[in-house]
Write a protein of this length. Structure first.
Length: 480
């Protein structure tokens, strides 16, 4: 039995000692727990490993688009910053003296996450440089590496028949323009007339466009509503609304139902615009070109370090998932295999802990990691001097990042923190953040905050997360 004096000392010790690490260092973020949100958080100095703040750091939560940090880090680890993905035109046919290719022209998709119309033009130019003016055969778009990839989220599954977004594009190793159509809406010459609809990529739109946009008087507001619907493999973009006289062109982006088929339509149009007639139309294929096929033209995409800037800065789901699919060595890769490749990478990181990654984009709430895991990833990349500059360059500085909603807090948070955010609203709210900070003395630190709601919690705005986070991180930065 303890003596009364010992019991008294023990009670006094509990009263004067700090609260357990329920909210240590994250006093403002911790208030979300009283509103029913599950919170995991951790901040640490990277030179000493000193933990500056922690809330249930090992709790498994959905990271949403913070998952893209895993995809980016794994890609850097595999290929390095200067790797480029190549796209080729090949054939088994012969070219006669008149410049006619007798046989199929095959575009072999190389899994370039940022393959764009400009790259397809380079391929066409490569043909013209060889004086090829006609193809007596088909244009075949080969997506033998992967595609169309089976959907695992509601958004992408529904996008097979209709979509009002660009973020839910399906996936292919031969996709172009992030798997999305683009139409530029311009006012007509006078009010009352239908607006003009121009393709962003080709002389004529490569999909069907239903124009229900009216030109209105100058000074009125732009109002556009667009939906892509698909019937019998034909994509139709329906655009409604109004544009005022004198307004600039307004691009409208909507995901295609089949990225490889979109590439076929676009490349075929570009070939015809350049004077290369293709007699057999186009088709898509999931088999590789024959080993006897010879190259006619090739284009290398942007280096990986530039791809990651776009993937992270703009949280591009198509790019993140395509990068992850490229990590799979076997052909006909699935998102499940891509997730396994990311999990294997995460599990190799010292101190990471459990992880479940079904995709590289984070488009599903079923992805699971912890604040401890995200910090382990951030620390591992910090310790890789050849990769860290490229990795950290993809994160946003609140003061001047492209996403305006992160411009919160005071000067210290605005200019000393580099971050990646993640957002989901269905089936429950996810607001997640991970990144680095620099203290007042110049020391590097990493942090991660994962906030998950449930069916009974209200909508969670970003201000409710970023403003308390700014206060907590500012205190840590100022203290060191």
């Amino acid at each position: 039995m303890l003596r009364p004096s010992v019991v008294l000392l023990s009670v006094l010790a509990l009263l004067v000692s700090p609260l357990p690490a329920v909210a240590a260092g994250f006093e403002h973020i911790a208030r979300l727990t009283s509103e029913g949100y599950a919170v995991g958080a951790k901040a640490q100095l990277l030179d000493s490993g000193e933990v500056l703040g922690e809330i249930a750091a090992e709790r498994q939560l959905s990271p949403a688009s913070v998952t893209k940090l895993y995809a980016s880090a794994a890609a850097l680890e595999r290929w390095g910053p200067q790797h480029r993905f190549a796209t080729r035109l090949v054939t088994t046919g012969a070219v006669d003296a008149q410049g006619t290719l007798h046989g199929d022209l095959v575009m072999e998709g190389g899994g370039d996450p940022a393959l764009a119309t400009q790259d397809l033009w380079q391929l066409v130019q490569g043909l013209r440089q060889q004086d090829i003016t006609a193809v007596k055969g088909m244009l075949v778009v080969s997506q033998w590496r992967y595609g169309p990839v089976e959907c695992i989220t509601t958004d992408r599954c529904e996008a097979q028949s209709r979509s009002a977004h660009a973020y839910d594009a399906r996936l292919s190793s031969a996709g172009v323009n992030y798997g999305s159509w683009c139409v530029s809406v311009m006012p007509a010459a006078q009010a009352g007339l239908p607006a003009r609809m121009l393709s962003c990529d080709t002389l004529e739109p490569a999909m069907v466009v239903v124009n229900q946009v009216t030109t209105v008087a100058a000074g009125e507001k732009v109002r556009l509503n667009a939906e892509r619907v698909t019937h019998e493999s034909v994509d139709t973009l329906r655009i409604k609304g109004q544009v005022p006289l004198g307004s600039v062109p307004h691009p409208v982006y909507r995901s295609s139902s089949d990225p490889a088929r979109q590439t076929g339509h676009t490349l075929l149009a570009l070939l015809e615009q350049s004077g290369v007639a293709v007699s057999g139309g186009f088709s898509t294929s999931d088999t590789p070109p024959p080993a006897t096929a010879r190259p006619l033209a090739s284009v290398e995409g942007k280096p990986l370090q530039e791809l990651l800037l776009r993937t992270l800065n703009y949280s591009n789901n198509f790019m993140a998932d395509v990068l992850s699919l490229n990590l799979v060595d076997e052909p006909r890769a699935s998102l499940a295999q891509a997730g396994q490749a990311l999990e294997a990478f995460a599990e190799s990181l010292p101190g990471h802990g459990p992880v479940t990654l079904l995709s590289g984009s984070g488009l599903t709430t079923e992805n699971r990691t912890s604040a401890q895991g995200v910090n382990a990833l951030l620390e591992a990349m910090y310790q890789r001097p050849a990769l860290f500059p490229t990795f950290v360059a993809g994160l946003q500085l609140p003061a001047n990042g492209p996403m305006r909603f992160i411009r919160r807090g005071g000067e210290t948070f605005q200019n000393h923190v580099m971050l990646k955010t993640g957002t989901l609203n269905q089936p429950f709210a996810v607001r997640s953040v991970g990144g680095y900070f620099r203290t007042q003395s110049g020391r590097w630190g990493s942090f991660s905050v994962l906030v998950n709601g449930n069916a009974s919690t209200p909508y969670l705005s970003w201000s409710e997360v970023l403003e308390p986070l700014a206060k907590d991180l500012t205190a840590m930065i100022d203290a060191y």
